[in-house]
Design a protein around this ligand. Structure first.
Ligand SMILES: [Zn+2]
Length: 138
């Protein structure tokens, strides 16, 4: 396959080293080695046969059984057979979202007059949640 080690590493880290469909733990060095513990492949969220690309936002790590089983079906239906809707989020990304949401909330708070701050807390929380959510991958 045409992926550099660096790209494989980034794809692997995207889901904290877990299969994006069944969430089993994968082994980075067992990439493409069918039969080995944690063996995995790069999965195209949108299949190449349907116009999917090799861009990072279309690539996920998947264990070989999931990848082979998925074939040309959609990511959403493959995940839902395992009871999941989204890809696992990396811890780093979750942390950043929380910080970003908090900063937006605090700034909103400072911009309003004191007698309106209770409302501002509510609005700030909502804005923060929306901002945090918009950074999530599909
Ligand atoms: Zn899997």
């Amino acid at each position: 396959m045409g992926f550099t080690e660096d790209k494989l590493d980034r794809i692997y880290q995207r889901t904290e080293g877990r299969c994006h469909i069944c969430r089993n733990q994968l082994s980075l060095r067992n990439y493409g080695t069918l039969g080995k513990r944690g063996a995995w492949e790069v999965e195209h969220s949108k299949p190449k046969s349907k116009g999917g690309t090799d861009h990072m936002n279309n690539l996920y790590a998947a264990c070989i059984p999931c990848n082979r089983k998925k074939r040309n079906s959609s990511t959403t239906s493959a995940r839902s057979t395992n009871g999941y809707r989204c890809a696992p989020l990396s811890k780093v990304k979750r942390g950043e979202n929380t910080v970003a949401g908090g900063v937006v909330g605090a700034l909103a708070f400072l911009l309003v007059p004191p007698h309106l701050r209770l409302a501002a807390v509510v609005v700030g929380g909502v804005v923060g949640a929306v901002v945090g959510k918009s950074y999530e991958p599909d």
